[in-house]
Design a binder for this molecule. Sequence first.
Ligand code: ARG
Ligand code: ZN
Length: 471
Amino acid sequence: MHRRFIVPSAIAASLLLAIPASAAEGTVGAPGIGDPYYPASGNGGYDVSHYDLRLKYQPSTDLLEGTATILATTTQELTRFNLDFGLEVSEVRVNGKKAGHVKNGEQELEITPAAPLAKGRSVSVVVRYAGKPSEVKINGWTSWVRTPDGAVAAQEPESAAWWYPSNDHPLDKATYDISVSVPDGTQAISNGTLQSQSSKLGWTRFNWRSAQPQATYLTTLAVGKFDITTDTTSDGLPVVNAYSKDLGANAGAARASIERTAEVAEWLTGIFGPYPFDALGGYSPNVTSGFALETQTRPFYSPKQFANGSNVSVVVHELAHQWYGDSVSLKGWKDIWVNEGFARYSQWLWSEKEGEGTAQELADYTYALHPADAPFWEVKPGDPGPDNQFDAAVYDRGAMALQALRNELGDETFFALLKGWPAEHVHGNASVSDFVTYAERVSGKPLAALLDAWLFRAERPAAPAAAGAHA
Ligand code: ARG
Ligand code: ZN
């Protein structure tokens, strides 16, 4: 989705007479990609294909320094364009030549190449930068969390702007090479495969590669002292898990859960179809936050997820996102249900398999938990608003919606949908309305009314009837 300012031709003609073409307003890239929930996220005028990040991080001072090389293709003529970034930039080059750069606000880096870029040309952008990411505030906060022995970047819907410049929106996915140098004895964990690591002059460099398209917020970095386990799945994919040496009493439960990654991925493959990436794993750093995040190929798990013992359910949730959220990414942040509704429903399917309650029982239980007048029902999972993106309703009402759909369609068609959708949009983007259209096409049934009641109404729908009960 790329925007272009539309200038009536008569005005455009007079502008061209008045000022040189290189300064014409019509060729400036938009400062946002057009997401109404987050107008500053992403940018217009180009598509990134690859990020190469070569970084160095010193945990004792929180100094992050490095060079980002971004490969992109212009989608319009550009006299100027933006990257989303919060740290201090010392130099920008576009196609090898020094470019003008100025910070506009907290997260917009405006870049003016030496000469305008034609539409449809490939571009390399080199950004040299340094800063202390924990001290850089954008909209009053930083996603970068320091730990006793390092730091972690893992957040949703945004985490990139505190550690690398990007077109920060899931609509523009790209491949990555992430090379991070840290003091000897410390590790750097990121996405994908570890191509190599080597030590020199007291610093160890870790070279990670994500070879499939990856959204900016799913790109993660953790620096610290980790125990790392490596293995290979029966399909030959590398499994790399990393556990902070500082997980305290949760260390055993974290391992007992995350070490089941390959087993869970194999089970999910039976439901969703082929695993979409070339590496697997998970990591648990010594953070004090409580959440988990589906960072691509290598989810982030707060140790608090394991405070009550093993929690394979959260592993199921984050691995389900590898299909629903990571390979098939949302088009706009209002579409968060295509991520969270399905990830939560996968946990219910795991429970069903484990004999801990069927999805129907969990849907009935969850429905009964929230009386008709509870605020829970005021959140619309299909368009929750930026403040309610991660509200329980997106997850639980979102999963109940899928149980209602399962009951409407029967298991054969429902599970065909669960497997068909990740294939239809592999490594792409899709919206809630795309899903409704897809489900109607595959099932041959009108489903708009049912899904509208479950996803787009600020009121409680009829209970998701058990299969056959409404026949
Ligand atoms: N997608 C994540 C999950 O459901 C949610 C992360 C929400 N962010 C947060 N800081 N709690 O696993
Ligand atoms: Zn989730």
